[in-house]
Design a protein around this ligand. Structure first.
Ligand code: AMP
Ligand code: MG
Length: 327
């Protein structure tokens, strides 16, 4: 009897001090893991996963019937009805596409398919294959009508892939959901796009040492997004080919191997991290001048690391890299 009373007391104390829960799942072709502490943590966890599963059904190019699937399989010049989330992400994506001079380009799915990244059957396509479809792999061939909620592709070679921006959006929405449920502290990791609710330390993956970390960031209520050439790649004839494509249709060769962007709006940080990977340090810095509040970290092939708009929160873990702090 005494034992039962003690157990009830412990459970009550745990609930008063808030609960902790963790969950991992495979969504959007990547690992999603969340850890939530305090408030209605369990309810928040279930709400987050329910929401992410809905988004996957709407946005995945691989799920038949999703908005993106229907756009990618539509007849050219035929409008496709889509949901608000698809419209929102396409609008944001097109804005960054224009701002980055086409470096960020979610209309390159047909090129990614040529390289075999979506299905995993990777290969190096012939130059003629790339050049044949390259002109159509542009957001200029995607017409977004926000009044009618329709999207029209102007060529059958134009295919959409929101993989470079959507994970940031999911991180934003997961953070909002955690806040709505009064969660005190949470680490919301959507395939490397992290939102930290409350304060804590986030490790940046090492671009050249699998499973190790490159540096630490002490953050609170902010998102940390990393794009890197190590996330998905294959090797052929001694060359490395990764999944982030440059405007010439080939994997970017900007000299950067990873870019981390830190800011409140994870959707924007996600698109920018991919854009800077493609643009390289110099042109990337020019783009980032439009975002003076965002801290970002670039890592180069030459083992140099630049920290821009530093907020005193970064600590390098691999001392064989040199760090420069920039304004
Ligand atoms: P991220 O991990 O955010 O850098 O996004 C990479 C993913 O975005 C790739 O796996 C592709 O699905 C897609 N992608 C590849 N190249 C680009 C690009 N230049 N702009 C936008 N999305 C891209
Ligand atoms: Mg991105």
């Amino acid at each position: 009897m005494k034992k039962t009373a003690l157990l009830i007391l412990i459970v009550c104390l745990m609930c008063l001090s808030g609960c902790t829960t963790e969950k991992q799942s495979f969504l959007f072709g990547t690992i999603v893991s969340v850890r939530l502490e305090g408030g209605k943590a369990y309810k928040a966890r279930d709400a987050i996963f329910g929401m992410l599963e809905d988004y996957e059904r709407t946005l995945s190019p691989d799920i038949e019937g999703s908005d993106v699937y229907r756009i990618n399989h539509s007849e050219a010049n035929t409008p496709v009805q889509v949901s608000d989330v698809t419209l929102f992400l396409l609008r944001e994506a097109k804005r960054v596409f224009v701002e980055s001079g086409g470096a960020f380009n979610p209309a390159m799915r047909a090129l990614s398919e040529l390289w075999g990244f979506p299905g995993g059957l990777t290969r190096v396509p012939a130059k003629e294959e790339i050049d044949g479809i390259l002109p159509y792999c542009s957001m200029d061939y995607v017409v977004i009508d926000e009044v009618k909620s329709v999207v029209t592709r102007l060529s059958e070679y134009t295919k959409i892939d929101l993989g470079g921006i959507a994970k940031g959006y999911f991180a934003d929405k997961s953070y909002e959901t955690a806040c709505e449920h009064g969660v005190g502290r949470a680490v919301l990791n959507i395939g490397g796009n992290i939102y930290m609710a409350g304060s804590g330390t986030i490790a940046i993956s090492h671009p050249r040492a699998d499973g190790e970390f490159f540096g630490l960031l002490r953050v609170s209520d902010v998102s940390v997004v990393t794009s890197g050439d190590y996330e998905r790649y294959f090797e052929a004839e001694g060359k490395r080919y990764h999944h982030i494509l440059a405007p010439d249709g080939y994997p970017s060769r900007s000299g950067l191997v990873s870019v981390t962007v830190i800011g409140k709006n994870s959707t924007v940080c996600d698109a920018l991290a991919t854009a800077v990977m493609v643009l390289g340090e110099e042109c990337g810095e020019e783009l980032m001048r439009n975002y003076p509040d965002l801290m970002f970290i670039t890592v180069s092939e030459q083992k140099t690391c630049s920290v821009w708009n530093d907020k005193g929160i970064f600590e390098l873990s691999d001392e064989s890299y040199s760090v420069t702090y920039r304004k």
